[in-house]
Design a protein around this ligand. Structure first.
Ligand code: DCP
Ligand code: MG
Ligand code: MN
Length: 336
């Protein structure tokens, strides 16, 4: 909150008054200690009325409203030019503000720090400075409360049904899998991760057939069905956006990621987007030990020079495990 200025430049103790008022603010706003709040204010008031600079805590202690503790703080400030307690509070305050802003979808720690350094510390502040935000960040702010809510499994199942019906209406050959934590059997998820392919959509060969498959068309279809409500970003293979159950407007808005992948890369993609991220890390490390490189597109044997060779033919997740000499793990056993 705002606080009154303690005198002006003519006040020979204005720097002392300032730090006492900062402590007062902290006691009122954070500690909720009205007693200390009033004590600091009273001390600042006393100092602001003086016409001479205070020389020591000892001297200040003789004045009304200044006890041993405040006198010690005055000494520290006179000797070091700052107050460690206040420095710590400020650092805490800044870190808390950075953590809050970084919870907005699209705002990373660097951007959060930049905003806080510019004096933007709360979601209220952020609402007033939307010109500083990207499209993604604006949506993150708009749906802040909803995006903090986990998505129950049953709701994803409902969304899955609508999504699959709609896309298969476009073309019944589309293959659709919801991956992420949902596929790992979790009861709640942070977002919805959808993977789509089509048998005609393959990495190599003629562009002709690929044209029949379009992520943009799929997104437009899902917008028409009132499932997708906002687009964060849309490329030819990756959509990031927001959805809501069309039949129940009381349900929160949810983060939805959709990826269109080539049919011959579908199972590596499913493996990757099913996670968990740690499981993926371990599997990639294991692949390297076996002289393979694994990513969301392909599994490739490494040559003697350590370069990736041709992609192995993968037609199921099990294939990847087999190539790496690992026993197959069900998605629900990948929650590490
Ligand atoms: N992924 C990964 N490495 C990352 C990010 C993601 O391997 N740094 C993969 C594994 C994840 C999947 O992508 O399981 C989906 O990413 P999410 O961030 O959506 O994570 P989850 O779906 O696992 O969890 P949540 O319920 O929080 O969405
Ligand atoms: Mg997810
Ligand atoms: Mn995701």
């Amino acid at each position: 909150g705002k606080r009154k200025a303690t005198g002006n430049a003519n006040n020979p103790n204005h720097d002392l008054c300032d730090f006492l008022m900062e402590l007062a603010d902290y006691e009122r706003n954070v500690s909720k200690n009205v007693y200390k709040y009033n004590a600091y204010r009273k001390a600042a008031g006393t100092l602001s009325a003086l016409t001479e600079r205070v020389k020591s805590g000892e001297e200040a202690k003789k004045l009304p409203g200044i006890g041993v503790k405040i006198a010690k703080k005055i000494d520290e400030f006179l000797q070091t030019g700052k107050l460690q307690k206040l420095e710590d509070i400020k650092k805490d305050d800044i870190n808390i503000a950075i953590s809050l802003l970084a919870r907005v979808s699209g705002i990373g720690p660097a951007k959060a720090k930049e905003l806080v350094e510019a004096g933007i510390k709360t979601l209220e502040d952020l609402k007033k400075h939307q010109d500083k935000l990207t499209h993604h960040q604006k949506l993150g702010l708009k749906y802040f409360d909803d995006f903090e809510k986990k998505i129950p499994r049953a709701e994803i199942a409902q969304i899955e049904k609508i999504l699959k019906n709609a896309i298969k209406e476009l073309n019944s050959a589309y293959l659709i899998t919801i991956c992420g934590s949902y596929r790992r059997g979790k009861e709640e998820s942070g977002d919805i991760d959808v993977l789509i392919t089509h048998p005609d959509y393959i990495s190599k060969v003629k562009n002709g057939k690929k044209k029949a498959v379009s992520l943009k068309t799929i997104i437009e279809c899902l917008e028409k069905k009132k499932l997708i409500t906002d687009t964060i970003s849309l490329g030819s293979t990756k959509f990031m956006g927001i959805c809501q159950l069309p039949e129940d407007k009381s349900k929160p808005f949810r983060r939805l990621d959709i990826r269109l992948t080539f049919h011959d890369q579908y199972y590596c993609a499913i493996l990757y987007f099913t996670g968990s991220d740690l499981f993926n890390k371990n599997m990639r490390a294991h692949a390297l030990e076996k002289k393979y490189t694994l990513n969301e597109y392909a599994l490739k044997r490494l040559t003697i020079e350590g370069r990736p060779g041709e992609a192995e033919k993968i037609t199921s997740e099990e294939d990847v495990f087999k190539f790496l000499g690992l026993p197959y793990k069900d998605p629900k056993d990948r929650n590490i």
